[in-house]
Design a protein around this ligand. Structure first.
Ligand SMILES: [Zn+2]
Length: 212
């Protein structure tokens, strides 16, 4: 059952841990000092450390279905606690909300979550994604682009909700914190980044081009 995971762990110890032992022991001794609170989807194909080539200690990660940040009024305690700790205690200077193309949670919100009513927790959770699905439809994209548009709207919704959290609002006002919206394209292995100047998601390789 989990035999392949344990053998993978043995390989991690023999290869990664033995090679990076000094660095990993320093993290254990000195504590963490991550640069980024990364809020992503729980989808098994979206691995924050892998797609950013980050080492242990660099990303403080929250993952849930459809990378939801609930509005503070109905805050999920897991997400809210992570925001409080990362921003107020660890003083991360960056927060990334990262969605991904083909997100099953966003697709469910588009298709109608009533069919999931028997899955109480999932049904309730995905209710937070429905406004993004509605917003995407209102933009009237080509049918083939609807899910992609809804994924992007869902990232923007989570970013908008982030601002309702006092630590985020304080950090933005003090210019000690910046927010970033990403969408990971599974098929091409490239992130699209929300560009505040053009108000659209652009390929990571084009970031900076529109600032002049
Ligand atoms: Zn997803």
């Amino acid at each position: 059952m989990t035999k392949h995971l344990l053998s993978g762990h043995a390989r991690f110890r023999a290869e990664y841990f033995s090679g990076e032992g000094d660095y990993l022991r320093s993290l254990a001794r000195d504590g963490q000092n991550p640069s980024t609170l990364f809020i992503g989807c729980a989808d098994s194909r979206v691995i924050p450390e892998l797609l950013t080539t980050s080492s242990p200690g660099e990303l403080f990660v929250v993952r849930n279905i459809a990378n939801v940040v609930p509005a503070l009024a109905d805050a999920d305690s897991s997400v809210g606690a992570a925001i409080d700790y990362a921003v107020e205690v660890l003083k991360v200077p960056h927060v990334i909300v990262c969605g991904h193309d083909g997100c099953g949670g966003v697709k469910a919100a588009l298709d109608g979550i009533n069919v999931l009513a028997h899955l109480t927790s999932l049904h309730e959770w995905l209710g937070a994604v429905v406004p993004a699905a509605t917003a995407a439809r209102a933009l009237e994209p080509p049918p083939a682009e609807l899910l992609k548009t809804a994924v992007e709207e869902n990232v923007l919704q989570s970013m908008s909700n982030l601002i309702t959290y006092p630590p985020i609002a304080r950090g933005l006002a003090a210019h000690t914190l910046s927010l970033h919206g990403w969408v990971y394209d599974l098929a091409h292995g490239e992130v699209r980044v929300y560009d505040v100047f053009s108000e659209e998601f652009i390929a990571a390789s084009r970031v900076g081009e529109t600032k002049t």
